[in-house]
Design a protein around this ligand. Structure first.
Ligand SMILES: NC(=O)c1ccc[n+]([C@@H]2O[C@H](COP(=O)([O-])OP(=O)(O)OC[C@H]3O[C@@H](n4cnc5c(N)ncnc54)[C@H](O)[C@@H]3O)[C@@H](O)[C@H]2O)c1
Length: 359
């Protein structure tokens, strides 16, 4: 296993801002992208944090990621918005799309946001957190246009992406429930992290290039490629298809349907449904029941070896508190890949390492 750097959050910000500046981004884009990626690391989702920068640099070099793009409204039907992300940084496009959708949901009681052609939207939970902070319930169905990496249930090769499903529900008296997961057994970025750390994946996550079960993450990272399996057998597979049909066909008019998608850019389509619980008739009952039910569930006696029952969103908040205090662990391979990407972007890697305190 390789060594790990533990980098203080303020130093990581200083270092990552330098790397993102290499894309030629505006000052506000640098801040938004760096903060969003570091936030993913803070919440424990290293797969969607700063380790994505080398891939973004490759996508940028191919012309598939366009810095300084902004969300464009294609259709404005009041409570329905169709938006185009112009292949811009998903960290910026996702934020702008949610700001528009939140404003409309406040006016109309709900809003359906169909976002297409955004470059990688990162940790989708960030968008549900934005909606929950605005006191809205939200659902997000996301597809991925990139090299197919997930096999259909019963299939022996990869046909689509890790298609995340995400939902947020505000809960009175405690932080919101933020359910946010890839519909694959494991997020692709986590196979990359495992590969970089020299670790094996648990059983049942992956098949090799001949369709046989394997624990070696290389089959998700290096040719010849195998495929990740969907979670929850046919049920998770069904949800993955729904994400493709809603986030892809409906929201962005783009689905995955060929093997020749070897470009480095990652495009996401996202169908978001935002609901103002106050506008739906009985806010008092909603607040009472969400709070009472969550308290009831949390009071379940923990099984042996479990500290306490949690609701979705709690692990990310616990990780954020811990890593903010103790620093963000970044394995040496990932850190080296980030420094190499900086060099390709015309940024002095030694200066980045000095800013992070890893020089
Ligand atoms: N942009 C993209 O193309 C893309 C694609 C795939 C995944 N992603 C992102 O990858 C990230 C990681 O996805 P993942 O599938 O590895 O997530 P995961 O398997 O870690 O599951 C995370 C979810 O499970 C909840 N959870 C975890 N432990 C829990 C417990 N003990 N009790 C209650 N709830 C618990 C978390 O709060 C969270 O909602 C997500 O943020 C997702 O949005 C993005």
């Amino acid at each position: 296993m390789s060594d790990t750097h533990v980098i203080a959050v303020d130093k990581l910000h200083a270092a990552i801002r330098q790397v993102v500046a290499g894309f030629g981004s505006s000052a506000s884009e640098i801040e938004t992208v760096a903060s969003n990626l570091i936030e993913a690391n803070l919440t424990g989702h290293d797969s969607h944090g700063i380790g994505m920068l080398p891939r973004y640099a490759e996508a940028f070099a191919e012309g598939g990621l366009k810095p300084n793009a902004h969300v464009r409204t294609v259709l404005d039907a009041g409570a329905m918005l169709r938006l185009d992300g112009d292949a811009g940084f998903g960290q910026v496009i996702g934020r702008e799309a949610m700001e528009l959708g939140i404003a409309r949901a406040r006016q109309n009681g709900c809003c359906i946001v169909a976002l297409g052609n955004a470059h990688h939207l990162g940790r989708i939970g960030a968008w549900a957190e934005m909606a929950a902070a605005a006191d809205l319930v939200s659902l997000h169905f996301v597809n991925v246009i990139s090299r197919g990496i997930v096999a259909p249930f019963g299939g022996a090769d990869a046909r689509f992406g890790t298609n995340p499903f995400t939902a947020g529900v505000p809960v009175p008296g405690r932080p919101p429930m933020i359910l946010d997961f890839a519909t694959s057994m494991v997020a692709q970025g986590k196979t990359r992290v495992a590969h970089n750390k020299g670790e094996l994946l648990p059983e049942g996550n992956l098949i090799d290039n001949t369709g046989k079960p394997t624990r070696d993450p290389r089959y998700s990272v290096l040719e010849p490629f195998g495929a990740i399996l969907t979670f929850g057998a046919h049920k998770g597979y069904g949800l993955a298809l729904l994400c493709e049909l809603l986030g892809g066909a409906l929201a962005s008019g783009m689905t995955q349907h060929s093997h020749d998608n070897d470009k480095k850019r990652i495009l996401n389509g996202m169908l978001s449904v935002l609901i103002d619980p106050a506008a739906l008739g009985d806010r008092v009952a909603f607040d009472r029941e969400t709070q009472t039910f969550v308290e009831w569930v949390l009071a379940s006696p923990p099984q042996e070896g479990v500290a306490h029952v949690r609701v979705a969103g709690d692990p990310e908040r616990e990780s954020r508190a811990r890593r903010t205090a103790q620093g963000v662990p970044v394995d040496a391979t990932t850190w080296q890949q980030i420094l190499s990407a900086a060099a390709k972007l015309g940024v002095d890697p030694a200066a980045v390492a000095r800013a992070a305190g890893t020089a």
